[in-house]
Design a protein. Structure first.
Length: 238
């Protein structure tokens, strides 16, 4: 995923020359920073949440209430998302909502990404998101290397669905928060609910818990709830 505002932070210069992808009508994409596969030699690195590992993953879904974040710097950028692949593989099929502070104030924007392709940001006028909105997201393998990505803002009354193709391994499924800049805005506590993998509770897969860290922990991932479908992320530091 890449920043969607016209201002590009210095940390983004190295990728600013990447060509923008072809996007559907009503969507937008711009250069910035990408949400990438996890390099998990350090616990969490820039991921927080849970990753189920194995093979043959076909679906992942979760819901959350979009946090009322406070920007600490213009580098702050993060997103809750759900996806297949990325934990130990070179692709990610994912969708969620980004909060970008490059303007000095938090800006929310829905997006999806079939990494390593560039991210696609949805039009903020057609698919608006604000703090407090109830979001649900899912990624489903549709066969023949095709994935259906679905994002719903029930507070605003919209749903976006697209089907894209990507050759991938389907060796993990995740419910995640991520900051590609390594700098989180203060999002307080974000609660994930209704987290499922392959139609069963996330917890039934014995997923790996991840705490994001850039040398010190930036957020804390809670234990899974008793039903295995809920957990929280609590902000610790930028």
């Amino acid at each position: 995923m890449r920043r969607f505002l016209t201002r590009v932070a210095p940390v983004a210069v190295a990728v600013a020359a990447l060509a923008a992808p072809a996007v559907p009508a009503g969507a937008a994409a711009a250069p910035g920073l990408s949400f990438r596969p996890l390099h998990y030699n350090i616990n969490g690195y820039n991921w927080g949440g849970y990753a189920a590992t194995g093979s043959g993953f076909t679906s992942v879904s979760a819901a959350w209430t979009e946090a009322n974040a406070t920007c600490r710097s213009t580098d702050d950028l993060y997103a809750p998302w759900v996806g297949i692949d990325g934990y130990g593989s070179s692709t990610v099929e994912q969708t969620g909502v980004a909060t970008d502070c490059s303007s000095g104030s938090p800006v929310h924007q829905a997006w999806y990404e079939m990494y390593p392709a560039n991210p696609v940001y949805l039009s903020r006028s057609s698919y608006p998101v604000s703090a407090g909105d109830h979001i649900s997201a899912s990624v489903t393998y549709a066969g023949s290397s095709k994935y259906t990505l679905k994002l719903t803002d029930s507070s605003r009354g919209w749903t976006y669905t697209t089907t894209k193709s990507l050759s991938s391994q389907r060796t993990s499924a995740e419910v995640i928060i991520e900051s590609p800049t390594g700098a989180y805005p203060n999002f307080g506590t974000l609660n994930f609910t209704s987290a499922t993998v392959n139609g069963s509770s996330l917890g039934s897969f014995g997923p790996v818990a991840l705490d994001p860290s850039n040398g010190a922990y930036e957020a804390r991932t809670s234990a899974l709830g008793s039903g295995g479908t809920s957990f929280s992320e609590t902000y610790l530091r930028e």
